[in-house]
Design a protein around this ligand. Sequence first.
Ligand code: F3S
Length: 409
Amino acid sequence: MNLNIEERAMLDGKRGKANRKAMEILVALGTIYGAERMVPVTSVQIAGVSYENLGEAGLEFLTEMAENGGKVRLLTTLNPAGMDIENWQSLGISAEFAENQKRVLDAFAKMEVVTTCTCTPYLSGNLPHFGEHIAWAESSAVCFANAVIGARTNREGGPSALAAALTGCTPEYGMHLDQERQPQVRVHIKARLETENGAPGTHLFGALGRFIGEKLSASGLKPVPLIQGIERATLEELKSFCASLATYGGTALFHMPGITPEASTVTYPSEFLEVTQSDLQAAIQSLNDDDPEEVDFVSLGCPHLSLSEIARIAKRLEGKRVVKEFWITTSRPNKQIADRIGYTQMIETSGAKFAVDTCCVVAPIKGRFHKLATDSAKACYYAYAKNKFKTVFKSFDQILDEALGRGGI
Ligand code: F3S
């Protein structure tokens, strides 16, 4: 790879041990993927934050980077941790886990990472601009950044995202290159994506992401899709779609004419796929386990909730009592705004719990519940893959009904 003077100095150890290690990681990655040079980045988001996923080996790596003088050079935030940093006890997290999770966050803080733990950094102050090169790691956020914002990022691993933060650059390959951002398949949506009451259809977009993702993944090529036939989509629907498409298809970018910024500049491919109403219904069906077991866990916020979603929950729960364990997952900055507006009180008085900085997938809750009700196709995937939970998949409003004991399951 061609390195500039500063990048070479880092690789030669002239900027300290942590920067040397970081540059070694990036050069190795760039060499594997045939990058010719590094490109400067303006924003980083690091995944692999939950102690449950990191373990002692991951924590050791972070501690070593921090002790060797690693300091981030640009705005860097984190993916969800394994617990609510302030309120872990009420979520049933053990003191031992909490201690280890805090050691992870301390190591990041020592490197001057902003320890806001969220998979929707773009809703909490880490919002890149169109065309900027960034290094993000959370798959749903990577897809949102590339497709909806028009920033440019590969899906980074935890170490390569940290390396980008410490050095300020990333190898120029994949999503950083114009030619890699061209669509290879055209997908025409014939299914209806509106909910009956006109509320955002997060679950419908999630089911759509599952169907398209699985189809693309089956082709073995992970092509960039150009998706036609959708006239409008809310921010919440797009974040749900991105999470699902990335989970089921490993997709990091799509284009949607009239909705995403690069759709009008790309060349339309001839290869064609159609999504019918019955395809969408089948995808919804496949996310619902049909055993008679009772739902014992309800969660909204995968990906982390926006403020308007929190407002919707608060208004529905005001003056009522939930009858199930109900986690509402979002970022700390959004929760703090909810505190000030009064949404938190409306929600918590109902018996529902905020699970801030974390989510129902990365928290260590295996064995605690049997059946999860959610509007998130991504959460369904990991609820089973990671925790062996059965799933009920419904609209946002129906999930609230479920928490209030009106699910009819
Ligand atoms: Fe975010 Fe957890 Fe879902 S990290 S995208 S809420 S699985």
